[in-house]
Every structure is written in C-alpha cells, then in structure tokens.
Design a protein around this ligand. Structure first.
Ligand SMILES: [Zn+2]
Length: 79
C-alpha cells in the first residue's frame, strides 16, 4: 500500500485530539495518510489496509447481488 507517515504539528496549547478514521483509536505523535483515502487519518497503515480490504469485499458482495444497497456498510466510518 502506498501512503506516508506524517507527524502532528501542533502548538503546545493545542489540545485537539485526533482519532483514527477507521478504528477510532486516539493518535499521538504521527498518523498514516493513505493514497487511496485522502483526507483520512489512520493510526497505522494496517488500518487503511483493512479498510481497503473491507471495501473490496463489499464491492464484490454487491457485484454478486449479496448486498442490496451501498449505504455505509463496509465503510466503518466515524466509529
Ligand atoms: Zn486505526
């Protein structure tokens, strides 16, 4: 998978807390930005990988008519 690790560059008084956009875990010093999911922050490249796999499986299920509607299933957003 391709993407990159980026450090959080926050001022000392900045108390924002960032959570992984996939699993929701709190992230401290750096985060993973995946080329496939721009704008999302992951705690690990593995999280982006799982999301990618779920999306692929969901697309496959949909293609086979096992899933009626796209909806949010398989996206696991905002956990
Ligand atoms: Zn995560």
């Amino acid at each position: 998978m391709s993407g990159k690790w980026l450090p959080f560059e926050l001022a000392w008084y900045d108390t924002r807390i960032f959570n992984c956009s996939f699993c929701g875990i709190m992230m401290a010093r750096e985060y993973w930005v995946d080329d496939e999911f721009p704008g999302e922050m992951f705690c690990e490249d593995k999280c982006a990988g799982v999301k990618r796999r779920l999306r692929a499986e969901f697309a496959e299920a949909k293609a086979q008519g096992r899933v009626a509607d796209a909806g949010q299933a398989g996206e696991a957003k905002d956990v």
